[in-house]
Design a binder for this molecule. Structure first.
Ligand code: GLC
Length: 748
């Protein structure tokens, strides 16, 4: 069954059309029984369903149906594996179909501007290219099973502090190159059924009523053909929002919002064609979403749990492995320390919180893998009253073991939707316990369980092995055991840098802003782009991750084709990857592009491609990564478009953003990107232009002083507009002459 949208639109009354543009309740669109238009259900969340059959809430306080809790975004992003994201998406869709749920409110793809953002666990990366590729994977996976997605939060919603009112002040180039590309990539590649607009303002105008964001950029430039839904409670003025391109307000604000829409149309303040466009988007969504309404399907909880465990294991990043302490030898006498080993921290708080079908803890799973292991809590979570005793017990247990496995991380109260952290430190009682344990036993392996990066200065000296397990979902405990036992060779790579300290992060001085304004003063330079630009050392760079085996890369080749002028510049990067170590593993070959010399500030290098390849010991394989013209481009604020500047580009290939041993310089030809010469162009700009320089020389009357020949003079006046110089006595070119020069230059 499907809806005849055109026919319905012509039959709907004004009031019915207005009613469609608001939900009917917390999780449902509005039906129109008279015309057989059903309501459909939408629900969180990005890494597992939070379906609430009854009245709902948007902060995860109420209960929800049991569902598989997959690794959260920051975990699964560390796999750099879009195909895995696709498989997880298919599983999420299977569970949505079983709940007759039409749209999953995810993925969250906001950039990690600061390590402090309370929802970083819900977002993929500090890099827009990686976030876009991973977002495509999960959106394609979900939508391949007839379930929709809601890519969120559009746009520049990178903090929780004052999130409903804060005005994100950010220049257009930074928006275009950092905060919009992941949305652009997903829209242009797989047309998500919906986009969720964010709570915040963007340059003074709420995202929910921002025509530039919702219509000019999203629809007219990116070609988005779906529905824009508000974040829950993000519509502050319904009629301006409808005008700007906001199709569906959730949750509904009844009867106020539909009444306002009807009144505005009647008063001629809202064109009915605009309302028709909003109602059409809702009808088209309902038409797609109604396919799941009458299904009677089950989902395979065990199968999805197994997928969650495999995904969580692939999310683990091996940060340190001194003396090859990992994988742990079977038969070792192991002490497991840490309350998080018994009481797992596996997901974040807020709207994404899942009611898991089951939960594995690391203690049981390590016991299953290594036989009888001893245990001590070592520290309290939240309640630190017994810490001294817990620490003493942990020291005794550690001293009696060959090796210690210690889980430490961020308590749920430290990071969540709704607020940001104020520091990057691990709890002091956990650090104290680690130091005490490390003094009692030199062979310590730390497993970190946290949603966003933490400072590791107090951890690394006290552990020979460190894995970052993030918030790995309901199977995180099993995944940690699978990695520590060597059943799984870790292949995770950091999707966000780990700075030595918070102050090194480029957003530090401008986070989270104040007085309801946050200024993105660092511009493009977030994450590794910032650390590279300021030559700042980091604990672990973007893209970093060790393995139990060793890889070599060789035979780099870069084949350039097309041209900037034709708009089809491309480069095929090929490299051979070899597993020269003892066990099977997966390598992530990363390709960065560096504009060697640019007329504008550009990041030192930017990720523009990657390939994950699994290899048996001794196996080699050639991998290919294709770069398109965008990979070389930047957004020109002067020209208001993407441009490639002629010159050399360095293609850099390796294991992570600071280990790129294979490089190739390619010379790229491109039309000039200099703006057309005018009277207000500077002397430098006229001299940099071949015709411009010739025209000046020609205009200088014989015997007059030619300023362009006087290097010292040019160094002083070169940045001055010609229109200013023309007024100067003694300058060889007056206003009339200058006007003629401009005319003749344009005639060229
Ligand atoms: C929340 C979140 C959004 C979620 C929505 C519904 O406030 O910002 O991510 O999907 O409301 O719960």
């Amino acid at each position: 069954m499907s809806l005849d949208v055109d026919a319905l639109l012509s039959e709907l009354t004004l009031e019915e059309k207005a009613s469609l543009t608001s939900g009917s309740s917390f999780w449902y669109t509005a039906p129109v029984e008279r015309l057989g238009i059903p309501k459909i259900m939408v629900s969180d969340g990005p890494h597992g369903l939070r379906a609430q059959p009854g009245e709902g809430d948007h902060v995860g306080l109420g209960g929800s149906l049991p569902a598989t809790c997959f690794p959260t975004a920051s975990a699964i992003a560390s796999t750099w594996n879009s195909d895995l994201l696709r498989r997880v998406g298919e599983a999420l869709a299977q569970e949505a179909r079983a709940a007759n749920l039409s749209v999953i409110l995810g993925p969250g793809i906001n950039m990690k501007r600061s390590p402090l953002c309370g929802r970083n666990f819900e977002y993929f990366s500090e890099d827009p290219y990686l976030a876009g590729e991973l977002g495509v994977g999960i959106v394609e996976g979900i939508q391949s099973r007839g379930v929709g997605t809601s890519v969120k939060h559009y746009a520049a919603n990178n903090q929780e502090t004052d999130r409903l009112r804060v005005d994100t002040q950010v220049d257009e180039r930074t928006l275009r190159e950092i905060y919009l590309p992941a949305f652009e990539r997903i829209v242009k590649t797989c047309q998500p059924w919906t986009i969720m607009c964010s709570y915040n303002k963007v340059n003074g105008l709420s995202a929910s009523e921002n025509p530039w964001l919702l219509t000019t950029v999203l629809r007219e430039e990116f070609g988005f053909a779906g529905l824009v839904v508000s974040d829950w409670g993000a519509v502050y003025h319904r009629v301006p929002a409808a005008r700007a391109g906001l199709d569906l307000e959730m949750p509904p604000n009844l009867p106020r919002s539909p009444d306002q829409v009807v009144a505005a149309v009647r008063a001629g303040e809202l064109d009915e064609q605009v309302l028709d466009a909003r109602a059409r988007a809702v009808l088209e969504l309902v038409d797609k979403g109604m396919g799941v309404l009458d299904l009677d399907e089950e989902f395979d909880a065990e199968r999805n749990h197994a997928l969650a465990r495999a995904a969580a294991a692939e999310s683990v990043v091996l940060l340190k492995n001194d003396d090859r302490i990992l994988p742990l030898a079977s038969g070792s006498r192991i002490a497991v320390i840490g309350e998080f080993a018994r009481t797992p921290r596996f997901q974040g708080a807020g709207s994404s919180q899942v009611n898991p079908t089951k939960v594995e803890n690391a203690l049981d799973e390590l016991r299953a893998a290594f036989g009888d292991v001893t245990f001590a809590a070592g520290y309290g979570i939240g309640d630190t009253s017994a810490d001294e005793a817990l620490r003493a017990e942990a020291v005794d247990v550690a001293a009696a073991a060959d090796t210690v496995v210690m889980l430490i991380g961020l308590p749920g109260a430290d990071e969540s939707e709704g607020f940001d952290r104020t520091h990057m430190k691990l709890p002091a009682n956990q650090i104290a316990a680690l130091h005490a344990v490390g003094a009692a036993n030199r062979k310590v392996v730390v497993a970190l369980v946290n949603g966003s990066t933490v400072e590791l200065g107090e951890v690394l000296p006290h552990a020979r092995g460190v894995i970052e397990a993030w918030l790995g979902g309901q199977a995180a405990g099993g995944a940690i055991a699978d990695v520590l036992s060597g059943k799984v060779n870790p292949s995770g790579r950091l999707a966000e840098s780990v700075p030595h300290r918070l102050e090194d992060n480029s957003s530090y001085l401008n986070f989270p802003g104040d007085s309801r304004v946050v200024r993105y003063g660092e511009g493009l330079f977030i994450g590794y782009r910032g650390y590279d630009a300021t030559h700042t050392d980091v604990a672990f760079p973007f893209g970093f991750g060790l393995s139990y085996t060793t890889f070599a890369t060789s035979d780099l080749d870069v084949a350039v084709s097309g041209s900037v002028a034709a708009g089809d510049l491309a480069a095929r990067v090929t490299v051979t990857v070899s597993n020269i170590g003892p066990v099977a593993g997966a390598e992530v070959v990363q390709v960065y592009v560096r504009d060697v010399e640019a007329s504008v500030a550009r990041p030192v290098r930017e990720l523009k491609g990657f390939a994950k390849v699994a290899l048996e010991p001794g196996e080699s394989r050639q991998v290919a990564v294709d770069l398109d013209q965008r990979a070389f481009s930047f957004w020109s604020e002067l020209l208001g478009k993407w441009v490639v500047e002629a010159g050399d580009f360095s293609i850099e290939v390796g294991r992570h953003s600071r280990d790129l041993p294979l490089t190739r310089t390619v010379a790229v030809d491109a039309p000039s990107i200099a703006p057309p010469l005018t009277a207000d162009s500077t002397l430098h700009e006229w001299m940099a232009d071949e015709q411009g320089l010739a025209l000046i020389k020609e205009a200088v009357a014989a015997g007059q002083h030619d300023p362009t020949r006087d290097a010292e003079l040019v160094s002083v006046i070169g940045t001055m507009p010609m229109s200013t110089l023309a007024a100067f006595e003694g300058m060889s070119i007056d206003h009339d002459t200058l006007d003629k020069l401009v005319e003749r230059r344009h005639a060229h």
